[in-house]
Design a protein around this ligand. Structure first.
Ligand code: DX5
Ligand code: ZN
Length: 227
């Protein structure tokens, strides 16, 4: 996984057909997805439940790009190894999920995975100020985590501030929640390079009409690159 700041579109399979993950992953990758975003929820840190490590390991068999695993769980540390063994390339933990995010990021890197840190909308950029050399990705939530299809919350100012703080460090800025062709340009202009999108990628398409996914991905990318 070489570092660069080009725009990367990361469809969230939270909006895929849950009975058909293998084909859905193949379809979005064939249609231009750069990364595959996997939302892990525990019904405790967030009010919804999704996938555990065995499901993520099954997804891995179909992912040829980058498997980006977003952990919305607390505690995080007891599960890091299991998600690394499931084949995650990037493991992102929330700064709000425990008292020792510094230790969590060290533990993620120790597995060989890239370490991401996510910030809820109410958490300031400064929460990661002392973590910049321990992290490979900062995920700025633009919805309160838990569900796909929620209304975008503007965090452009936070993204700008993070971009300044990061300087020359090889740290991605990822945006998660409500990303579509209207919101993407603001975020890209502010310094984001990884755009997670669930509903805006999967809407209107299916594994039988994958070209719709392709058109949706291209629309987000074009909007972001023009912004
Ligand atoms: C929200 C998840 C997101 C979500 C994005 O808790 O972390 O990844 O699937 O979905 P959209 O793009 O529909 O807002
Ligand atoms: Zn996510």
């Amino acid at each position: 996984m070489a570092f660069d700041r080009t725009i990367k579109i990361a469809p969230s399979i939270l909006s895929a057909d849950f009975a058909n993950f293998g084909q859905e992953i193949q379809a979005i990758e064939a249609q231009g997805a750069d990364w595959v975003h996997v939302d892990v929820m525990d019904g405790h840190f967030v009010p919804n439940l999704t996938f555990g490590p065995p499901a993520v390991a099954a997804f891995r068999k179909h992912v040829k790009t980058v498997m980006d695993v977003h952990l919305m769980i607390a505690p995080v540390d007891p599960y890091i190894e299991a998600f690394a063994n499931a084949g995650a390339d990037v493991i992102t933990a929330h700064v709000e999920a425990g008292a020792h995010i510094h230790r969590t990021l060290q533990a993620i890197r120790a597995t060989g995975a890239k370490a991401g840190v996510a910030l809820n909308p109410g958490t300031p950029a400064e929460a990661v100020e002392h973590l910049l050399d321990l992290t490979d990705l900062i995920c700025v939530m633009t919805v309160n985590p838990g569900f796909g299809g929620q209304k975008f919350i503007d965090m452009t100012g936070k993204v700008r501030r993070l971009r300044e703080m990061i300087g020359d460090r090889p740290v991605h800025i990822e945006i998660d929640g409500g990303v579509d062709p209207t919101t993407a340009p603001l975020l890209a202009e502010a310094g984001a390079d990884v755009l997670v999108a669930g509903s805006a990628v999967f809407k209107g398409g299916s594994v039988d009409t994958p070209e719709v996914y392709g058109a949706n991905i291209r629309a987000i990318r074009a909007a972001a690159e023009g912004g």
